[in-house]
Design a protein around this ligand. Structure first.
Ligand SMILES: Nc1ncnc2c1ncn2[C@@H]1O[C@H](COP(=O)(O)OP(=O)(O)OP(=O)(O)O)[C@@H](O)[C@H]1O
Length: 296
């Protein structure tokens, strides 16, 4: 299977501070990838490295088999919608489309016009007078009409109300189904990601903690609740993601490929939000750290 994004030991440092470090991932093409992590975790940094807006301080990154932003042809294959969905306030909707057509060799004017009409946007309206949701939709339209093989979206729905968010994500998913491109999308809203993503990356403190297929991640994470037990008494194939203890009870989130037979535990599955939160839990998780893992 071809890779849409491969990184090997990738790092980016601003001054003395690493914004991203030791990032090794290999994302197969054809996925909608959710990138989550706390504020300052390095999500935007990774997305900017992937779109060629930043140069790595360490390691390597290839996108669709080439160096990000390396050539005009490479630039044309990747769409990027930055945080806060930037548009030109003084240009009209129609002028945005004309600009898009001039700047992008693979521009699909039919897609652009059809979407603008579907959204009910007035082509003569200046972008500065659009609502936040309409601006986000315009920015997405520009990204889609570029007909990229990979579309990168940095927190595209952060400022939208729930209905506008739903419409935005629905439009995105319809385009993915119709044009079969890959998407990498960062968001703090895991419930949104849960609806649309089939691949997940969790970044915490500049490091990738999880990268994998969502179904596989959900199938290998468990919550164990039972009488208090020290972490070193868990089987070695159970990687502790998070642990909480009271005097009498322990609750672990673990990751394992093996079935769990221990009758002392009440075993439950996690939804994606619980899984993400467990990985973001910064309390000491036990004697064995959760492993960095790349799944294909
Ligand atoms: N241009 C810059 N100069 C110096 N430090 C920077 C710069 N851009 C980002 N950083 C730092 O790098 C780290 C990662 O930032 P980044 O924007 O990638 O995080 P993020 O996960 O996208 O955060 P958020 O969820 O808040 O958008 C942060 O500590 C940030 O302060």
């Amino acid at each position: 299977m071809t890779s849409v994004l491969q990184a090997q030991g990738l790092g980016k440092r601003y001054g003395r501070r690493w914004a991203l470090r030791e990032c090794t991932i290999d994302i197969p093409a054809g996925h909608v990838v959710g990138l989550v992590g706390p504020n300052g975790a390095g999500k935007t940094t990774l997305l900017k490295l992937a779109s060629g807006q930043l140069e790595p301080t360490a390691g390597d990154i290839t996108v669709l088999g080439g160096r990000p932003g390396g050539t005009p042809a490479q630039l044309a294959r990747v769409g990027f919608v930055a945080q806060d969905t930037p548009v030109y306030a003084r240009l009209t909707v129609a002028e945005h489309l004309r600009l898009g057509a001039r700047l992008n060799p693979r521009w699909d004017d039919g897609v652009a016009r059809e979407r603008i009409a579907q959204l009910g946007l007035d082509p003569t309206q200046r972008a500065g007078r659009l609502s936040g949701g309409q601006r986000a939709q315009l920015a997405l339209t520009l990204g889609l009409a570029k007909r990229p093989e990979l579309l990168i979206l940095d927190e595209p729905v952060a400022s939208l109300d729930p209905l506008a968010r739903r419409e935005f994500l629905q439009g995105l998913m319809e385009a993915v189904v119709e044009h079969e491109f890959s998407v990498v999308l960062s968001s703090h809203l895991v419930s949104d990601l849960e609806r649309i993503c089939d691949y997940l990356i969790v970044l915490v403190d500049s490091r990738v903690l999880v990268a994998g297929d969502v179904d596989r991640l959900l199938a290998t994470h468990y919550r164990l609740t039972g009488p208090r037990r020290d972490p070193d008494r868990l089987p070695t194939d159970q990687h502790i993601v998070s642990a909480r203890h009271t005097d009498r009870q322990s609750t672990y989130v673990i990751r394992t490929d093996a079935p769990i037979h221990d009758p002392a535990w009440t075993v439950s599955r996690l939804n994606l939000e619980d899984l993400v939160l467990a990985h973001m839990d910064k309390r000491p998780a036990g004697s064995r750290p959760a492993p960095l893992e790349v799944q294909r």
